[in-house]
Design a protein around this ligand. Structure first.
Ligand code: AMP
Ligand code: GLY
Length: 423
């Protein structure tokens, strides 16, 4: 069948690379894609939220499956758009409908879901500009640091962790009254701070059954030793070495099962990936967030470890027969190093020529913010390329990844040289 992947990052290049290996995929399209997806698929110049444009492409190219990479189209109801259109409703869409996508679209909705289904998470209350004073009083009952979360989508920037009470109050006011994050901070969730170590758990569900994918850990801060500004993610390691059988079974019993059951009970259909952000405090896992998609760069480390045909998995999700799939996982560790533009996550230049990625042989190179221009591949975003290498443990895999990274160059190129420092 013909398949369309929506998105343009390293995650989508990885999806496209994996789908293109499947005998079930006839012609693969990516919208809008990047220079990497162009090597395995046909790029279509359509934005991921241009539903009418996507519809035309699906009809023109006889596309029978759409795999949604980022959260934006899901939160805006792309799956519902397909189901509500007679010409599109036969198309398989991998990604939840709008109701369930609200798990990522609204932090308050996610907290209510977690509480309703007794899934461990931090205590919280939510506030609007109308009860700002109550927000101040609630902050006074907590001990620092204070965790303030914009309710809506804020491109990964909507969470503030603040040590000083007065500063927390003033930021709460900035968010609620002065629209610090625009409409996303019309409501703010204030949460108890959890002191622990983070990991991500990825689940596939067809709404009835689930499969747990390999765990991964990403490195969000720009600076070594987890310092400096937050980024989309500077690298990933899969599996997470400290996620042993005991912890994994707690995650499955206390978090994954009640999440899938909760979606069923709430009658919110879900066909796609659930990315559960976890924090482990005294060996007990708690949920810090849900995302309704795969992570980036976690995808670049997790998907290459899945030997099973991804199209078989997606078709089973669509048919609600995920229980019949046997996941074959490569036991090796995969590590992903993200190469970013100088200055990122603040202002950076684009259009820098990227060289050397063609000579990488011992690793996979996934393009992110990279595009073709005048016969060259040039930078077009903050996160430029992801380099994934395998090894019997994360140290060996990382060493290989860094050796391969040294072959790639563009003006201003930056990357974290300390991935795994905390393991
Ligand atoms: P979120 O977007 O909810 O994942 O939050 C972004 C980051 O803030 C997380 O990856 C954590 O590092 C941190 N964070 C979020 N909530 C908490 C919490 N309750 N306690 C401690 N850290 C948190
Ligand atoms: N790497 C974190 C995310 O995709 O949200």
């Amino acid at each position: 069948m013909n398949v369309l992947v929506l998105g343009s990052g390293g995650r989508e290049h990885t999806f496209a690379w994996k789908i293109a290996q499947s005998p079930y995929c006839t012609t693969l399209f990516v919208a809008p894609g990047n220079s990497g997806t162009a090597s395995v698929a046909t790029n279509l110049e359509i934005s991921v939220t241009d539903f009418e444009g996507i519809k035309s492409a699906v009809l023109n190219h006889n596309i029978e499956m759409v795999v949604v990479g980022p959260e934006d189209p899901l939160v805006h109801g792309v799956h519902d758009f397909f189901l509500n259109d007679d010409a599109l409703k036969h198309v398989a869409v991998i990604g939840p409908q709008k109701a369930a996508a609200t798990l990522e679209g609204s932090k308050e909705f996610a907290k209510e879901f977690l509480y309703r289904h007794n899934i461990p998470t931090a205590a919280y209350e939510s506030f609007t500009a109308h009860n700002l004073e109550k927000g101040f009083s609630f902050l006074e009952t907590l001990s620092p640091p204070y965790v303030l979360k914009a309710d809506g989508l804020a491109a990964g920037k909507g969470v503030l962790i603040i040590n000083d009470l007065e500063e927390a109050k003033s930021e709460l006011k900035n968010m609620l009254v002065d629209s610090k994050f625009g409409a996303a901070s019309t409501k703010v969730v204030i949460e108890e701070f959890l002191d622990g170590i983070e990991l991500s758990c990825f689940v596939l569900t067809d709404g009835l059954h689930y499969k747990i994918l390999p765990t991964a850990k990403d490195y969000k801060r720009i600076g070594e030793g987890d310092t400096g500004l937050n980024t989309g993610g500077m690298g990933a390691i899969s599996p997470v070495p400290f996620a042993d059988e005991v912890l994994l079974s707690k995650i499955e019993e206390r978090i994954v099962k009640p999440t899938v059951e909760g979606l069923k009970k709430d009658q919110t259909p879900y066909k796609g990936f659930i990315f559960i952000g976890l924090i482990v405090v005294n060996n007990e896992p708690l949920v810090i967030e849900y995302n309704v998609r795969m992570g980036d760069p976690e995808t670049e480390a997790v998907l290459p470890r899945i030997n099973t045909d991804l199209m078989e998995i997606f078709m089973a999700i669509n048919d609600q027969t995920l229980n019949t799939i046997n996941l074959d996982i490569n036991p090796q560790t995969a590590t992903t190093v993200m190469l970013v533009s100088g200055g990122y996550p603040e202002a950076y230049d684009k259009g820098k020529t990227i060289s050397g990625f063609d000579s990488v042989q011992e690793a996979l190179v996934f393009h992110a913010g990279a595009k073709h221009s005048n016969g060259e591949v040039v930078t077009s975003g903050g996160r430029v390329m992801a380099v994934t290498a395998f090894g019997t443990d994360y140290k060996i895999a990382l060493e290989k990844a860094y050796t391969e990274v040294s072959k790639i160059n563009f003006e201003g190129m930056n990357y974290r040289k300390d991935l795994g420092f905390d393991l």
